[in-house]
Design a protein around this ligand. Sequence first.
Ligand SMILES: Cc1cc2nc3c(=O)[nH]c(=O)nc-3n(C[C@H](O)[C@H](O)[C@H](O)COP(=O)(O)OP(=O)(O)OC[C@H]3O[C@@H](n4cnc5c(N)ncnc54)[C@H](O)[C@@H]3O)c2cc1C
Length: 404
Amino acid sequence: MNKLKLVMIGNGMAGVRTIEELLKIAPGLYDITVFGAEAHPNYNRILLSPVLAGEQTVQDIVLNSWEWYEENGITLHAGKKVVDVDRVRRIVRAEDGTEAAYDRLLMCTGSTPFMLPVPGKDLKGVIAYRDIADTDYMIEAARTHRHAVVIGGGLLGLEAANGLMLRGMKVTVVHVMPWLMERQLDDVAGKLLQGSLEERGLNFMIGAQTQELVDNGEGQVGAIRFKDGTELPADLVVMAVGIRPNIGLAQQIHLHCERGIVVDDTMQTVTDARIYSVGECAQHRGVAYGLVAPLFEQAQVAANHLAQMGIGRYAGSQTSTKLKVTGIDLFSAGEFMGGEGCEEIVMSDPVEGVYKKLVIKDGKLVGACLYGDTADGSWYFKLLRERSDVSGIRDELMFGGPHD
Ligand SMILES: Cc1cc2nc3c(=O)[nH]c(=O)nc-3n(C[C@H](O)[C@H](O)[C@H](O)COP(=O)(O)OP(=O)(O)OC[C@H]3O[C@@H](n4cnc5c(N)ncnc54)[C@H](O)[C@@H]3O)c2cc1C
């Protein structure tokens, strides 16, 4: 009997997780073909930061080896970017002409880093931080150059800055907002974080606005110039100012896209019943996620439907954040800034460098921001996700969950 054909575009974390789930519940249902623009098997993108910091190697972070694809009968076209999909004939075509026919198509193209549209952004030495190639580029730059500037003091920017510093570069983080990681931390925690990173040797320019990246005369970046006219030397500029769902191909083949590829609660695209989408490229109930935990939940639901079980529903996710800079403990989730109708319970110990803020609304924990002691982060996150009534334990809440 001819098997159904499943083709996946994008050999990244969300897509491969979907296939893993599918193989668990419906092994043998499909002939599977995977196209990946990167010339690597699926790896743990999150762990690029420890690789940059010299704590792990690229080999350590591979999630699915070449053999895994072979053992599971998956045809992998690594290093082949898909440039077209014929939705009528149901054929996918890669840049080099490789084609594959499908009965079901899974679009998992991830995100594209946003590059600030400033003069000089195309100079050599100006990069984003997304994949193994970027990480290798930074490791090489640190061997041969001295001054690095990271634009963006969010999670990704700080992890890049920390890695480059550990590799011996003099690093300045340029952040236009009033404090670091403003989307995950309040001002108190953001400033504590800045203090700890300064003690380790990072430099910061908070509130600075980038005007231009300056050519060193050889087509390579040599400096960064700010709106106030000041300049800093920069042999390497890493832009970490945000990501955009990678929807170019989806738009080209007329799938309905807003910020991401619009999918329903089964992760099926709203345009074409044969096409599913999971990961950072997908937009579900108006949200395109940028962290892996929700993407793995999406993967489970998509696998369930690809397996023709038809019962899974994705209802959206709560997200939480940790920073992967060794020795810095930070956790944030939910509505950590508080606001109208919220009460805040705050504990601050500046000497120990510990700060905790819990936000409660209508008897429920709706946000948490922890710095310096994150031992109870997962307990708070559980309360938050389960929307538990915490009125009865309000007084003990700050002291954390059940301890052994
Ligand atoms: C340095 C770094 C640190 C991070 N740290 C964390 C963290 O601590 N916690 C967390 O939750 N998240 C973290 N993230 C984010 C996390 O890695 C992403 O959310 C996750 O990888 C997204 O999975 P995805 O499958 O949607 O996209 P990706 O993993 O990016 O996979 C998409 C793949 O599709 C390929 N592709 C795109 N277009 C095509 C095409 N036309 N043809 C073929 N292939 C194509 C891309 O090359 C890519 O390999 C981090 C990201 C980075 C870069």
